[in-house]
Design a protein around this ligand. Sequence first.
Ligand code: MF3
Ligand code: CO
Ligand code: CO
Length: 263
Amino acid sequence: MVERVTIKTPQEIELMREACRVTATILDEVGDIIKPGMSTEEINSFVHRRTAELGAIPSPLNYKGFPKSVCVSPNDVICHGIPAPFVILKAGDIVNVDVTSFKNGFHGDSSRMFFVGGESACSDEARELVSTTREALMVGIREVRPGKRIGDIGAAIQDFIRATKRGYGIVREYTGHGLGREFHEAPQVLHVAKRNTGELIRPGMTFTIEPMINAGSARTSLSKVDGWTVRTADGSLSAQWEHTVLVTDSGHDVMTSSPKGLF
Ligand code: MF3
Ligand code: CO
Ligand code: CO
């Protein structure tokens, strides 16, 4: 963890764009192949292969001992789900796929939710949670411009989630983060925060916003079995969307936006 915020030069930003483009391309492709009956291990194999084909390295592999190339987190898994052949996706599941690619010396980190078997296979509760969480990310991104503070992002997300009056919980233990040459750098990007607090947002900063929203309690539970998988404490569904964002002179640029125009 780099302690101070790094400001990227225009040259560094161009290099980092390529890592972000690889990540977005792979997520687009995951959307095309994901289907009922597939194991999360198969998603891992796919992401691993495509990452290599696109000239990149999967950042999660061996990161702090993480054993796979991508995090795949279905239903009540909040984040850091470890792909396995015995985790089989079924119609009606919602699943987060979190891809981070390393290329040109830089990381690009993004995650999306997928409806297994299509949106119509999933419950109204699941669809509402997924779309609200996506909107929460967009609300956070909209805060990003020079002169604002990092705390404004979490404050906006918190206000938005509260206004839905759905009783959703915002996860606090895991946060967005700066990234660039390191997978996780300063600043920490809280999804629950107070306005006008935290690091001043400056051009050239690159960081993720990645709200995790639970249909029930915000409380989390870390697996004692594998030491990675984070679940909702009450077994409720959880959703997450993530983008890598660049601060520009006039606002922001979503570096991991889909080349296909998806989210
Ligand atoms: N991609 C995750 C994030 O958004 C981090 C995964 S760490 C891993 O920050 F080790 F689980 F891969
Ligand atoms: Co991620
Ligand atoms: Co991240």
